[in-house]
Design a protein around this ligand. Structure first.
Ligand SMILES: O=P(O)(O)OC[C@H]1O[C@H](OP(=O)(O)OP(=O)(O)O)[C@H](O)[C@@H]1O
Ligand code: HPA
Length: 170
């Protein structure tokens, strides 16, 4: 498979630093504590880098959902694990690697809202087709078109997640 670099390791590092500042500035008037929900597996690298750049108490929480097979969504979200602690009254930041069709996030938000958090916002390393999926990503990293991307947590059939950059398949 021919993989072309699209976003370098240095560009990612720089943008994640900025995003950490944007998120800190946004929340600091509202709360001194944030629950960051990592959507496994793809968000693992972005999550780990981002939380270190947020300058307030960040409580960790993890969920695992998946819906892709190869390059295509199956349209069915499989939940493998879900949040452990109650989110009632908490400010919640969902951390994603990519928002593509938006289906995964719509599903997650619908169920997290039932726990009555004080707020729910989204940070995503990459947002594709930003105006098409109807999900408001308050903290987008990079806006991309319709590439199938991999690396920095993103996979193609579970492979290539450990590439330090974001690439696409030629
Ligand atoms: O906006 P959507 O079209 O729903 O696509 C985005 C979702 O797809 C990927 O997850 P995937 O199902 O590949 O699971 P993974 O995180 O384990 O790779 C990605 O990590 C997002 O969660
Ligand atoms: O472009 C992508 N790459 C990897 N996983 C994905 N899940 C949704 N879109 C993508």
């Amino acid at each position: 498979m021919n993989i072309k670099e699209l976003i370098s390791e240095e560009q990612i590092e720089e943008r994640v630093k900025e995003m950490g500042k944007e998120i800190t500035d946004y929340y600091k008037e509202k709360t001194d504590e944030l629950v960051a929900v990592c959507v496994l597996k793809g968000s693992i690298n972005f999550y780990s880098d981002l939380v270190k750049r947020i300058d307030m108490n960040v409580l960790y929480n993890f969920i695992q959902v998946s819906s892709y097979s190869g390059k295509n969504t199956t349209g069915r979200i499989k939940v493998k694990s879900w949040v452990e602690e109650s989110l009632e009254g908490k400010h919640v930041l969902i951390v994603e690697d990519v928002v593509d069709t938006g289906n995964t996030l719509k599903y997650i938000i619908k169920y997290l809202e039932r726990q009555k958090p004080a707020s729910i916002e989204i940070a995503s390393a990459v947002v594709k087709n930003v105006y098409q999926h109807g999900v408001n990503v308050k903290f987008p990293g990079f806006d991309l078109g319709d590439y199938f991307i991999l690396g920095y947590g993103l996979d193609y059939d579970q492979k290539y997640r450990n590439l330090p950059y974001i690439g696409y398949v030629e």
